[in-house]
Design a protein around this ligand. Structure first.
Ligand SMILES: N[C@@H](CCC(=O)N[C@@H](CS)C(=O)NCC(=O)O)C(=O)O
Length: 178
């Protein structure tokens, strides 16, 4: 994995711009590489890089993820209230939808918040780990990018809708009360 790969991953995962991410990654790697000679397990440049990358992702996971999840809780909107029969009708419709997502992806959080605001019980499928869910997403939609809304349109017709903005527009268009 190169530094450019790390920058891409972190930028995608945090929603920061590439420029901001580059500055953070650059600073972090520099610090870790400067510190690494103090540890006897570090033998060569390759080890430096691998060690730095591992520490970087661990730090990011432990520091950033709780904040992202807390942010989701704090910004949770109040869901709209429907008459029970109307909510039941909507619940039946949303059974044909599934959101492929990562728990801490900011674009997925944006979509989940809109689902909450619209009181939509859409199934969520975690596509982050390598496994059947991710494989389903790639096989059906063509990309391992999230969020992606799987829309079963009846019969064998399935539509895979990428892009958080497009998903939100679709949900509003179909479920927003007039
Ligand atoms: N423009 C997209 C961005 C989505 C995005 O960057 N998702 C990241 C996770 S936060 C992702 O799936 N990265 C993997 C990839 O692009 O292959 C949106 O608004 O939905």
């Amino acid at each position: 994995m190169t530094k450019a790969d790390i920058v891409d991953k972190v930028a995608a995962g945090t929603g920061l711009t590439k420029l901001e991410t580059e500055a953070i990654v650059e600073g972090f790697l520099k610090t870790v590489i400067e510190l690494s000679p103090h540890f006897s397990i570090i033998h060569d440049q390759d080890h430096h890089m691998r060690w730095a990358i591992r520490i970087f992702f661990r730090t990011l996971r432990f520091v950033l993820i709780p904040f992202v999840l807390l942010w989701e809780v704090v910004t949770t909107p109040k869901g709209i209230t429907r008459a029970p029969a109307e909510q039941q009708r909507i619940d039946e419709q949303t059974r044909s939808l599934a959101l492929y997502q990562f728990k801490t992806c900011p674009f997925c959080i944006k979509v989940r918040q809109e689902m909450r605001r619209l009181s939509l019980a859409i199934e969520r499928r975690d596509a982050q780990p390598e496994g059947p869910v991710r494989a389903e997403l790639v096989a059906g939609g063509g990309r391992a990018m999230v969020p992606c809304l799987r829309i079963a349109e009846g019969g064998d017709d399935v539509r895979w809708l990428y892009e958080s903005g497009a998903i939100i527009d679709y949900l509003r268009g179909r479920f927003e009360q007039n």
